[in-house]
Design a protein around this ligand. Structure first.
Ligand code: VGL
Ligand code: ZN
Length: 202
């Protein structure tokens, strides 16, 4: 791969849903979730212009919860209920450089995998114009889960005009085989890189 230009103030790091419920011990734990936290902490030492962290933040009885709704795809065990331990960042996640915490999935009847807009496309979070107003040109995405909220956020970042990269080793995936999601990301114009690609250039 051609070397990436070094990280500077026009770059944003988007940390997606690194929350207790998605980590070992949580209600929707993604295996290997714990492994990415030290990697994400190292990434945060790079001179990004903005670091944004999302939190899945659902009301009780949310449309995505299996127990509260008729069977359908995209239903999950109860997770990330607003203001509970499960919705919190793990204590091991560095937070000193996070400039914006963006909560999503707060409407009872609409889920939101993406940091940018809900799954029906009707409600914008305001993240894209905020990043643009901060002078951000490139967005680097990491977090949980690669196939859901990371994927949706990265594809929307492209849609909203940012040069977008997924930091593969800083993402936890539900499936061990990442080929399908990598293909979908590449088809969407997203670069798949590793933390090493960034640390070497900085
Ligand atoms: C997520 C399922 C349900 C995610 C959130 O963060 O990828 N997945 N809610
Ligand atoms: Zn959720």
């Amino acid at each position: 791969m051609t070397p990436l230009p070094a990280i500077d103030g026009r770059d944003a790091l988007l940390i997606v849903d690194v929350q207790n419920d998605f980590l070992p011990g949580g209600t929707l734990a993604v295996a290997q979730g714990g492994r990415i936290i030290p990697i994400i902490n190292r990434l945060q030492d790079l001179p990004f212009g903005r670091i944004v962290a999302t939190q899945d933040w659902h009301p009780r009885g949310h449309v995505s919860f299996t127990a509260d709704n008729p069977p359908a795809p995209d239903r999950w065990p109860e997770h990330c209920v607003a203001a509970t331990w499960g919705a919190s960042f793990p204590d091991t996640l560095a937070q000193a450089h996070i400039g914006l915490v963006l909560r999503k999935g707060m409407q009872r009847d609409i889920d939101s995998y993406s940091a940018f807009r809900d799954n029906e496309g009707g409600h914008e979070s305001g993240l894209a114009p905020w990043l643009a107003a901060c002078g951000i040109r490139r967005v680097f995405v990491c977090g949980i889960a690669l196939e859901y909220c990371v994927r949706a956020s990265a594809l929307d970042a492209v849609t909203d005009g940012f040069d977008t990269f997924v930091l593969d080793d800083a993402c936890a995936a539900i499936n061990d085989d990442r080929r399908d999601v990598h293909r979908a990301l590449r088809d969407g114009g997203i670069g798949i890189i590793t933390t090493r690609d960034l640390l070497e250039g900085n």
